[in-house]
Design a protein around this ligand. Structure first.
Ligand code: TYM
Length: 329
């Protein structure tokens, strides 16, 4: 029996924040031994909104360095850059031609992003979920570990695959989303009503994995809470609840134990403790990152190696889809 295949992706649009880490990357690292793993730096998704070309290229390398520093092991997984494997765009076109526009119009992330950009929104932004479906279906993926915000896209991927299989015969494997119980939706520190996001530019919004200890302390001490005082996991108190969830995932302690530990203490004490937990959790990966990027060719060679390893799977799946549809000679 072969291992189940995991595939997931992340955009190279600036540093990784704690939401990306707790919602996705940490889980990729933890389940590496159990599965056959493919991870993708989705640069084609990144350009659905304007990216400065020089910064995009720098971000791709940096992101790869951070992912290896987080613990992705090149012996156990293939990490590659999406645009290096042209089958992603090829399959996207095929799936564009079988996906009803009505399904796409229901995508909440498109609605949110296009509302912000109005008429500047591109066709690429609208088509983003089909490209994501191609990423997943190209590798006969069983499991897609993501944060909660990507669940709708994985469900759409299932619908796209089922529709294609129904029309042309069995071609694609039907994937399943894997969403963590805690950490699936880390909220902004400045505004716990908003998901922590890279596109939010306010200073105190997100903690980035490469933030210096002092920056982390400042961001956490200034995080928005409420006027109550007790340290309790109460979802209706969004600010403190978010901070407690971060504490819970990083320490692995149970909720009762955490509440007991902070009984009689105030928000200030808890925030100080949380800042130290975050700093110490990130320290090893920050040190490893510095070692990894000391040799700029190292990351590049791993990315090329990753792409070479998985390209044949993608080719085989696209050829099967083309054959089903009657494309080519
Ligand atoms: P991206 O780059 O926005 O985010 C990468 C991963 O981080 C998760 N995430 C969060 N989790 C918890 N709390 C948050 N505040 C938070 N913000 C982000 C995301 O859910 C994601 O798992 N479309 C995807 C990338 C993608 C992909 C794929 C994923 C492209 N192709 C194929 C899986 C399979 C995205 O934009 O992720």
């Amino acid at each position: 029996m072969t291992n189940k295949r995991v595939l997931s992706g992340i955009q190279p649009t600036g540093g990784i924040h704690l939401g990306n880490y707790l919602g996705a990357v940490q889980n990729w690292v933890r389940s590496q031994d159990e599965y056959d793993n493919i991870f993708c730096i989705v640069d084609l998704h990144a350009i659905t909104v304007y990216q400065d070309p020089k910064i995009l290229r720098k971000n791709i390398r940096e992101l790869a360095g951070i992912l290896f520093a987080c613990g992705l092991d090149p012996q156990k997984c293939s990490l590659f850059v999406q645009s290096d494997v042209t089958e992603h765009t090829e399959l996207t076109w095929i799936l564009n031609c079988t996906t009803p526009i009505g399904w796409m119009k229901r995508m909440t992330q498109f609605k949110d992003k296009s509302d912000k950009q109005k008429e500047k929104s591109t066709m690429g932004l609208f088509d983003y979920p089909v490209l994501m479906a191609a990423d997943i279906l190209l590798y006969e993926t069983d499991l897609v570990p993501v944060g909660e915000d990507q669940k709708q896209h994985v469900e759409l991927t299932r619908d796209i695959a089922e529709k294609f299989n129904g029309t042309y015969g069995p071609t694609f494997k039907i994937p399943e989303p894997v969403i963590p119980k805690v950490g699936a939706r880390v909220m902004g520190l400045d505004d716990p009503a908003k998901k922590m996001s890279k596109s939010e530019e306010k200073q105190g919004h997100a903690i980035f994995l490469l933030d210096e200890p002092d920056v982390i302390r400042k961001k956490i001490m200034r995080a928005t809470t409420d006027s109550l005082t007790t340290i309790q996991f109460d979802e209706s108190r969004a600010g403190i609840y978010n901070l407690l969830c971060i504490y819970q995932v990083l320490t692995g302690e149970g909720r009762d134990a955490i509440e007991k530990h902070f009984e009689g203490k105030g928000y200030g004490d808890f925030k100080k403790a949380l800042a130290e937990v975050v700093i110490e959790s990130l320290r090893p990966l920050q040190e490893k990152y510095q070692q990894i990027i000391a040799d700029p060719h190292y990351v590049e060679s791993l990315l090329k190696q990753g792409a070479s390893k998985i390209r044949p799977i993608a080719r085989r799946v696209v050829d099967a889809a083309k054959d089903r549809i009657g494309l080519g000679l």
